[in-house]
Design a protein around this ligand. Structure first.
Ligand code: GDD
Ligand code: MN
Length: 378
């Protein structure tokens, strides 16, 4: 049954309203020169007006928002959604899709690197009910990554390989940011989405309860003429986050894993500082104290950059306050750690098991307390 048929009777009929069959969702961040060109290009491939574009802009600083508003005033089939204090391609796309009701949704970049001429063929695949998801692929025969340098190609290959950990979909280009999907298919996955980082297509495939019927169409990734790419090392980290979240997120929060890994590195810093001071002939208590402070400071900054990057503390005072609070929280954690371990040890648990239990309680305390008191929800 089509969505229209399903809704018939539930929604009062309106006269002569052209409901768009297709919503094209475009995430933008600083794409001022590209958006008007993109609109022209899409108008050229779809001369009949049965579609809309929803731009989701994360408060660009280059005037994209003003240009989008100009376009919205000119064309009723263009809308713009602005998010403040937020970043993220995937979450922008999800919220853009949720703001529409068309039965088919396309997702494409706003920088003209995705070939809009593919859109009619994608739509035809969905309309003829041969597929639920049509992906623009750079790796299919006839497609290509265009003028990418070797390191970017290699990164994309590694990322594609890793994606196999979380989805069985036989997709040649799960990293693609260019695809069209049936709304019902998206709705089936939306509650399970991780929404992190850049890879919304992979997220959807890994979150669908049943594998969507997939169709791929080749295209060549265009050259960016205006503005610059937002892909950086943080995005790579967010990709690892997405993979971990889909693998184990059901049982352990990825943030906790990250926090524990940072703690592990802290042990390494501690031992290094301690070793150096020890061989310089410093007294043990002094060396151990300095090593502890060094490790805590290291952990604080690394957590600020990695674990809590979305809530990062900025500016001298917030950072200083955060650092001192971090010392306080970790001191309680250390007391809990030693206390629990000692109690267990006295109840004749093995020494290393007692220690591990103590460490575990300490880490959980530190994680919980830092996320409540230091890196608060925004
Ligand atoms: N709203 C929002 N928020 N949009 C963003 C953000 C953000 O934080 N970061 C990037 N964008 C927008 C850009 O403005 C652009 O329209 C689109 O997302 C893609 O960003 P680029 O920075 O140009 O990414 P890329 O070209 O390196 O990679 C793209 O293409 C690859 C191949 O399809 C992305 O779509 C990748 O996910 C994809 O693998
Ligand atoms: Mn791009």
């Amino acid at each position: 049954m089509t969505i229209e048929a399903e809704l018939a009777g539930k929604v009062p009929a309106l006269d002569a309203v052209a409901v768009p069959a297709l919503s094209i969702v475009v995430p933008t961040f600083n794409e001022v020169a590209n958006v008007p060109l993109l609109v022209d290009k899409i108008r050229a491939v779809f001369p009949d007006q049965n579609w809309e574009i929803v731009f989701v802009d994360d408060d660009s600083t280059d005037g994209t928002e003003q240009v989008l508003h100009g376009l919205c005033r000119k064309y009723p089939f263009i809308r713009s959604l602005r998010r403040i204090g937020r970043r993220g391609l995937s979450s922008a796309v999800v919220e853009g899709i949720l703001s529409t009701s068309a039965p088919f949704v396309a997702v494409m970049d706003g920088d003209l690197q995705h070939d809009e001429r593919l859109l009619p063929a994608m739509l035809a695949e969905l309309q003829s009910d041969k597929a639920d998801l049509v992906v623009g692929s750079r790796y299919l025969q006839g497609g290509s990554t265009g003028e990418w340098d070797a390191s970017r190609v290699r990164m994309s290959r590694i990322a594609t390989y890793l994606s196999g950990l979380i989805t069985d979909a036989q997709c040649t280009d799960p990293m693609s940011g260019f695809f069209m999907i049936r709304r019902t298919t998206f709705d089936g996955a939306v509650r399970q989405l991780s929404g992190q980082g850049f890879k919304i297509l992979l997220d959807i495939m890994a979150s669908s309860p049943t594998p969507p019927r997939l169709k791929e169409l080749p295209y060549t990734f265009g050259i960016r003429e205006h503005g610059e790419s937002k892909l950086n090392s943080v995005i790579a980290l967010e990709y690892i986050n997405l993979i971990l979240d889909k693998l184990v997120g059901r049982w352990i929060p990825v943030r906790f894993i990250m926090f524990s890994l940072v703690g592990g590195l802290g042990v390494f810093v501690h031992m290094s500082v301690l070793t150096v001071l020890h061989f310089l002939g410093e007294p043990f208590v002094y060396s151990q104290s300095l090593a502890t402070v060094a490790a805590m400071t290291f952990n604080f900054f690394l957590n600020n950059i990695l674990t809590y990057r979305d809530k990062r503390l900025k500016g001298t005072w917030p950072i200083l306050k955060g650092l001192l609070s971090f010392f306080a929280v970790c001191s309680f954690g250390a007391i809990a750690n030693v206390g629990i371990a000692n109690v267990l040890f006295q109840r004749s648990f093995t020494w290393w098991l007692s220690a591990i239990a103590g460490i575990f309680v300490g880490v959980v305390w530190n994680f919980a307390a830092t996320s409540i008191f230091i890196w608060k929800r925004r």
